[in-house]
Write a new protein. Structure first.
Length: 323
């Protein structure tokens, strides 16, 4: 995984922590002056498991010398995601502090290829070259939200508007290993030369920014409800791309590109929930999380670099407890 500049990461995380602490302090003061006979504090916690697919474009890497195709294109595989979070509602208040953390990882996409060529003869001896390669690619994403919410108090359901900070870390990486041999005629003898090469390519976006969201639940019938959430965020951070190649038959190379960018993010989910005890409910639904131009890869048409979107979407199951 390519490094992220320590100063950028430290500034983003320090800012998020300071925001949460300042809001907690002001809310504690509001609690102190609030009505002692009001509603008690409420803590809601949840844990979630999900499967997801990745959209937004293929992750491409240039082939090592000797392969027929100039590029290898990976369509990321589906993966799994886990999340935890909590919602603390202060006593006698309509205000909440909400924290959510989720991590997802794709399966490993693989690609294999081989070539065999005869490029002539010398004194009746065929001159040949043969190469084989093995390539892999995988991606991860990590997202954390630090939010302040307020009850809207409209309709028959519970609705809450939230504002805060989102921190996102998206990463994609590919590796290629190639081995080959070349048979040629030299000084009245047949010579076989072996060659190996390896390549590593990775892209990462790490950033943070303000997020606005709305979430709630609408009763359906009995113990069933329809739960929902949607939000938008503007993330400012570092987008980087790193490449390195080593070759047993000659010098390799290494390159690194990074710049500060703005990434628009939109996410949402909808679920059907069942309250199977007074304090616990089980929810099942669909989630989507979209980022514009978050990762850098090779353009197979021009041979230059391009930026691609990322969309993570799929079904999830959530267990929620309220205390």
């Amino acid at each position: 995984m390519p490094p992220v500049r320590p100063s950028l990461r430290g500034s983003l995380l320090t800012g998020a922590s300071a925001f949460a602490l300042s809001v907690s302090a002001s809310s504690a003061h509001a609690q102190a002056v609030g009505s002692p006979n009001g509603t008690p504090a409420t803590l809601t916690v949840w844990a979630e498991g999900a499967l997801f697919s990745t959209g937004g474009g293929s992750f491409n890497v240039p082939a090592l010398p000797g392969l027929a195709a100039p590029f290898i294109s990976f369509n990321p595989k589906s993966g799994y995601e886990g999340a935890v979070g909590f919602d603390y509602r202060w006593p006698s208040q309509q205000w909440h502090f909400v924290f959510d953390f989720r991590y997802g990882r794709t399966g490993t996409a693989t690609g294999n290829s081989s070539t065999f060529k005869t490029f002539g003869t010398s004194f009746g001896v065929p001159l040949t070259s043969a190469t084989s390669s093995h390539a892999t690619e995988r991606e991860t994403h990590l997202v954390a939200d630090f939010m302040i919410g307020r009850d809207l108090g409209v309709g028959s359901g519970t609705a809450q508007v939230q504002f805060g900070i989102r921190v996102a870390d998206l990463w994609a990486s590919a590796q290629v290993q190639e081995s080959g041999q070349r048979t040629f005629y030299s000084h009245f003898s047949t010579v076989t030369a072996m060659q190996t090469a390896t390549g590593d390519w990775s892209s990462r976006f790490f950033g943070a920014g303000p997020r606005l969201a709305i979430t709630g639940a609408v009763p359906i019938v009995g113990l069933w409800s329809f739960d929902y959430s949607g939000g938008i965020a503007g993330l400012i951070g570092d987008r980087s791309f790193n490449a390195s190649v080593s070759n047993s038959a000659g010098p390799g190379f290494a390159a690194s590109y990074n710049n500060s960018v703005f990434v628009f993010n939109a996410d949402g989910w909808a679920a059907l929930s069942y309250l199977f005890t007074p304090n616990y409910k089980l929810s099942g639904g669909i989630r989507g999380d979209f980022y514009t131009a978050a990762l850098t890869t090779y353009n197979v048409n021009t041979g230059g670099l391009e930026n691609i979107d990322r969309l993570y979407w799929g079904p999830f199951i959530r267990l929620t407890g309220t205390f």
